[in-house]
Design a protein around this ligand. Sequence first.
Ligand SMILES: C[S@@+](CC[C@H](N)C(=O)[O-])C[C@H]1O[C@@H](n2cnc3c(N)ncnc32)[C@H](O)[C@@H]1O
Length: 277
Amino acid sequence: MQPRGDAKVRAVRIVDLDRDMSDVIPTGMTPDSEFLFQKMTDVTLDRARPGPGKRILDVASGVGQDSLALAARGAIVVGAEPSRRMTQMARLFAADKIKAGAVEPDWVQGWADRLPFATGSFDGVICKGAIDHFDQPEQAIAEMARVCARDGCVVLAIANFESLACRVGRAVDDLRLEIGLPPVRERRGYDAPSDHFTRYELPLMREQAEAHLVVESVEGISLGWGMPGWSKTMARLPAGIARGAIQAFDGVAGLAPTLSDVIVLVGRPRRSASTSR
Ligand SMILES: C[S@@+](CC[C@H](N)C(=O)[O-])C[C@H]1O[C@@H](n2cnc3c(N)ncnc32)[C@H](O)[C@@H]1O
């Protein structure tokens, strides 16, 4: 229906803010999943260089586990998250740790593309596993660069949809379709899920990041995650052998980030000459 006369049309943001993490954190972790999620977290947090007195912003902080981990390393942390539901869960998860002496991060409601902070407010900004959920990811990177101090760093951890696993998965399904078989899984892991706005791969990440950041490093993490049969094989192998194989593959991911499952990109803000901070 067309609006009448001077009736105002309110823009509605089509982002699911009622979601929880049940579709993100796999139930029944296999060794390869455990490795991937742990290393992705460790590298992201380390690259933000947390430490006593460091001001760190966790963009799209979700249920807040990374904000808490950064605070545990002495940083002064703000978790920014548009979803009230997520923030309520973060407060709930934090409650026990706080009873045990942990410092609670500040939870702030805010969209990544309009961060409610002054220019240069933080020494480090992290955004983990979230930018592909943003409807305006480039504006979000611009904002992360803006709120980061000139000599600070922005850390983006993103799933790579042109990983080796995605390429193999797609090739196997193409072959199966040609011979009249259905795809290996109903939900094709190499297609971006319905709650993603962007299907990232290394060249796109670089292009978007370089507009606002001077890229200092690009690291590949884990190789093979989601490849047909990979998780089952890793779960069946003796633990030590599985661990060795996963680490060896991770070593290859380090050498060839373009094939890795997750990419962690670190950059410092690209400031125009007129920006003071
Ligand atoms: C997959 S979760 C990742 C959460 C957390 N960073 C982690 O690693 O567990 C994606 C998060 O992005 C948030 N989100 C979606 N669109 C957003 C936007 N435009 N700005 C900021 N956060 C957004 C969601 O509410 C959700 O908490």
